[in-house]
Design a protein around this ligand. Structure first.
Ligand code: GLC
Length: 450
């Protein structure tokens, strides 16, 4: 009897230990339902981020209000003069499409608090500027018309709202960071009221603009001695329930501070990381890496460190080779156009994507049994059973696919379907390449598997 009791006790304690490790759940979606909801996103792989707001006028980073510790009064001219007269999202959508981007996410409100949409809960919006138009409405219509899925970025932070408590990231953060200074500055500010504003605005965004494919909330910084913000402040659990209720098919990022929940996010958001730092799994989540062409997200006139076409394609290929997505950002100018450097970058990506996109769409990490030759990266399409060898550095003469010999039916370049001759050498397959690199930054060989 005693033995049985001990066994029972051990079993019970084991059960509670696994329970403790198990994450909580907010909804009741099954893994199969989730896979179906995420299917287009996992297939499409490549999106456009657009950071647009009054900070485009300052043209020196979207965090300019914070970096220069500006007051609302100092920031006001950007609102009073906001007039992106060349704003034509149809053109943006055409450029995104030509670059091979399948979805686009626009900042409906960034940390500065300025709303590009006609919200009934604030006066601090585009329709009250000289421009007078609802940019979000026009964006949604234009991108949908091109067959591009639409997403909304929405900043959880708000450096303009009078009820948003001043914290460690706010432009008016007290210099000495003392509790008493925060208390004095935050007298009269009411987080509950801001939280309501946030939930009300998300409701507007998800009810007034038709089907929205992605909700990109940004971001949480809980703790910080009570001067950060996270799930309690945002009301994240309620907010996520609201989002899922209003748009059941929507895909949500992981910046609501809901890591404790199994279904608190759909994808991880490694930001501006090097390709080599990307991983296939982020605590069970797939990733979408968000990247800029240059340093900042908003238009930055004097920033000159722009990534090369090779850098950008490397980001895209590496993402797909680890079963993830890439969302590449454009920060339009205050006239509402893409900067010439962004246009050039998009055009070059488009040139490559036009003929190489079957090595990207529908592709994922290659099965572990296929080894990537030196200076190459592999992507794999499980439905067509084709493997793609991306030649990151063009080899001279030949390339050896070690151990592939028994598995391969045919090999060809993707950009022109020209055969790449192969020769079996034991277990390996040796491919003979043209001496001159084909005219693509990263040529791709398609390996048709048996
Ligand atoms: C951030 C930044 C920001 C940008 C974003 C995109 O954390 O605050 O300005 O919008 O992430 O990932």
């Amino acid at each position: 009897m005693k033995r049985i009791l001990t066994i029972l006790l051990i079993a019970l304690s084991c059960a509670s230990a696994t329970e403790a490790q198990q994450k909580k759940k907010i909804g009741n979606e099954t893994p199969a339902q989730k896979e179906q909801r995420m299917a287009w996103w996992s297939h499409d792989r490549f999106g456009m981020f657009i950071h647009f707001g009054t900070y485009a006028m300052a043209a020196r980073h979207e965090w300019v209000k914070r970096y220069e510790r500006m007051t609302n009064e100092q920031y006001q001219p950007y609102f009073d003069l906001f007039n992106p007269d060349l704003y034509n999202p149809k053109e943006w959508a055409k450029r995104a499409k030509a670059a091979g981007m399948k979805y686009a996410v626009l900042t409906t409100k960034h940390h500065e608090g300025f709303c590009l949409f006609d919200s009934k809960f604030t006066d601090y919006k585009a329709t009250n500027t000289p421009f007078k138009r609802d940019l979000v409405k026009e964006f949604v219509d234009a991108f949908r018309a091109e067959g591009i899925k639409v997403g909304f970025y929405y900043s959880l932070l708000d450096w303009h709202h009078p009820d948003f408590p001043i914290d460690i990231l706010h432009p008016q953060q007290p210099a000495n960071d003392s509790d008493t200074a925060y208390a004095r500055l935050n007298k009269g500010r009411d987080m509950a009221k801001y939280r309501k504003y946030l939930h009300d605005q998300i409701t507007e965004l998800l009810t007034k603009y038709g089907k929205i494919d992605i909700m990109w909330l940004d971001f949480s910084y809980p703790g910080n001695k009570g001067h950060g913000k996270g799930k309690e402040e945002w009301g994240s659990v309620e907010l996520l329930k609201l989002i899922r209720k209003l748009q059941p098919g929507i895909i949500v990022d992981n910046r609501l501070d809901l890591d404790d929940y199994e279904d608190g996010a759909d994808f991880a958001t490694p930001e501006q990381v090097k390709p080599s730092e990307l991983k296939s799994q982020y605590d069970g989540l797939p990733f979408e890496t968000c990247q800029t062409f240059s340093g900042s997200w908003g238009y930055y006139r004097d920033e000159n460190s722009w990534k090369s076409n090779h850098d950008l394609l490397t980001l895209l290929i590496t993402s797909v080779s680890k079963s993830g997505n890439l969302i590449l950002n454009v920060g339009p100018t205050a006239r509402g156009t893409f900067d010439y450097r962004a246009e050039r970058a998009l055009d070059s990506i488009g040139l490559w994507m036009h003929v190489n996109n079957r090595a990207i769409y529908g592709c994922k990490e290659a099965p572990a049994s296929f080894e990537a030759p030196e200076n190459t990266m592999l992507t794999y399409n499980p439905s067509t059973k084709r493997l793609y060898v991306h030649l990151m550095k063009y080899p001279s003469g030949t390339i050896t696919l070690a151990g592939y010999a028994g598995n391969v039916k045919y090999t060809q370049f993707v950009h022109d379907n020209s055969e790449v001759k192969r020769e079996v050498k034991g277990k390996d397959l040796v491919l003979t390449l043209p001496v001159l690199q084909p005219p693509y930054t990263i040529p791709v060989i398609e390996v048709v598997l048996k």
